[in-house]
Design a binder for this molecule. Sequence first.
Ligand code: SF4
Length: 450
Amino acid sequence: MEYLALHGEQSLEDRLEILTDAAKYDVACTSSGVERRGNGRDMGNCAAGGICHSFSSDGRCISLLKILMTNECIYDCKYCQNRCSGDIPRATLTPEEICTLTTEFYRRNYIEGLFLSSGILQAPTFTMELIYRTVWLLRNRFRFNGYIHVKAIPGADPELIQRTGFLVDRMSVNLELPTAEGLRSLAPNKHRRAILAPMRQIQTGIRENKSDLVRYRNAPKFVGGGQATQMIVGATAESDWQILNVAESLYDKFGLKRVFYSAFVNVTGDRALPALPGGPPLLREHRLYQADWLLRFYGFRASELLDPKRPFFNVMLDPKEDWAVRHLEQFPVEIDRAPLEQLLRVPGIGVKSARRIAAARKSAKLSFTDLKRMGVVLKRALYFITCGGKMMYPVKLEEDYIVRNLTDVRDRVRFGSDGMTYRQMSLFDAEQFSLPVSAEEKLRSAVGQL
Ligand code: SF4
């Protein structure tokens, strides 16, 4: 292969190390909960509970082979270590090599699927063609039936994106920066319209495929696990309010399954990037994930959580607590009568416990002890609920009082500059994966045998 000529001297292990390391800043890789049983002919299956059973200490999934096809790139995004102006070791894998690695790692039970991304090699269509070839080989020649998530490359031939969509479980197109201005300043080769075009194509493909599946039971699935995207938090000046609004409109208008948020890590030291003396904005990332859940499962809208006058999340309270203390006129909520939507807005009551309450109260009056058994976190919920008309303790329904009590929780996780160290994981990193050293050695020797 011509494009491999430059890397002919590198061993497979060297290239694997470079390319798994290069992929680690992409967080849009958790599984989609795709269910697909083994079919008796091909290798692998997808479990309903999602294939990313393992997560690193900072919440990143680790059971996919997460890799770049190449870290060569013709673009020059200022925040990216793979940008063309960067002076780093470069490596590229062939489609056949990726297939071999995936199936061999799968057989050894190291991974449950593949997450494949890539720098832009030569041109978007050329790169997408390599990705397509890889997944085609995996499914058809290597008979791999496990989970596959790939990136759709903006600007690539739509026909290739379409064909790839019929072979994979999930696709993602990274928005990277929430606004067109952000892209212009840090990723001058990327254009918002070019990023949104494949997103729209995948959305249309999924919709049409759903009606095909109703008509023809055996029709092939198109991106069965839905599409996702990723936004970097803190590289540009956008507020949490702007980011959350972008996420909401991606869910509403493009039917995205997940939006991932990635705290900006300054790996290039480019002068156009913020210095961030306190380290990556992990607390912002965490709050955005919490708010994202409120949008997707709790019936909140972005405009209820933040607004132009309060554009950032509260550092001390999670977004639901913060909303509740600012809307005390809606509390306390009576557990025996409140509609499900109202229960979902109570801090300390999750989706499962709200449903359990709604089901259980049909047959009996519920007590605080029952609520605890159903998973309600009473130390947070007690300010906002009554059971049989009574509060758990005689507490005041006052903002200052509740905020003081909610924030006086010693076991709150600390983020960023105040204690939590931040390091992205690598495939060959026993400590980060919590692998015993012998497991790391096995991984290295497995690669050596290929
Ligand atoms: S397109 Fe930009 S973000 Fe993607 S690999 Fe190339 S330089 Fe990095």
